[in-house]
Ligand binder design. Structure first.
Ligand code: SF4
Ligand SMILES: [Zn+2]
Length: 167
């Protein structure tokens, strides 16, 4: 009967993405967070602690939260306070609209660690893929133009001899 084998103790989070996964440990020197509703919710408790909310786990997996994401880490994001204006945006009247968050006070923080900006909302991977698509479109267009310029002219039909017309 201790936190170490209680189902409410959180050892970490397993983040699953489309093709990858990442484990984030929640364990610290002081213990791990309690997830039971009550006065200890969110508190870091040591493994040998216990309380009346104790529920034995089935396996240690019960102590790991699993988060399933449809995309890859660079496609998953949450809004966080803008690091350039500390989340003040345009609400801080002496400061004009922040360039990074365009005055909203928030920007996207992606699961791969990249913190974005609100002007384009473009992750570097999005930009990379957009440029590749643009290059491919240009190539396709150039090939089509070359092919069109190399089309054989239609065969010339023999004209009626002038002499016959005159007859
Ligand atoms: S504090 Fe209580 S409910 Fe929370 S993990 Fe420990 S034993 Fe479980
Ligand atoms: Zn800002």
């Amino acid at each position: 009967m201790s936190c170490a084998n209680c189902r409410f103790w959180k050892r970490g989070t397993l983040r699953r993405y489309a093709n990858t996964e990442r484990y984030e440990s929640a364990e610290t020197e002081k213990g791990s967070p309690c997830r039971a509703a009550g006065p200890l919710l969110g508190f870091c408790t040591p493994g040998d602690f216990s309380c009346s909310n104790y529920r034995k786990f089935n396996t240690k997996d019960d102590q790991v939260e699993v988060v399933i994401n449809a995309g890859e880490p660079w496609q998953v994001w949450r809004m966080v306070p803008c690091p350039d204006c500390s989340g003040n945006g345009s609400n801080d009247s002496p400061t004009p609209g922040c360039h990074r968050c365009v005055g909203t006070g928030n920007v996207r923080a992606y699961d791969d660690g990249y913190v974005g900006e609100e002007r384009t909302r473009e992750h570097p991977r999005d930009r990379e893929e957009r440029l590749v698509r643009m290059r491919e479109d240009r190539l396709t267009q150039a090939r089509a133009e070359i092919a069109a310029s190399e089309v054989e002219p239609p065969p010339v039909t023999p004209e009626t001899p002038r002499g016959e017309l005159a007859a």
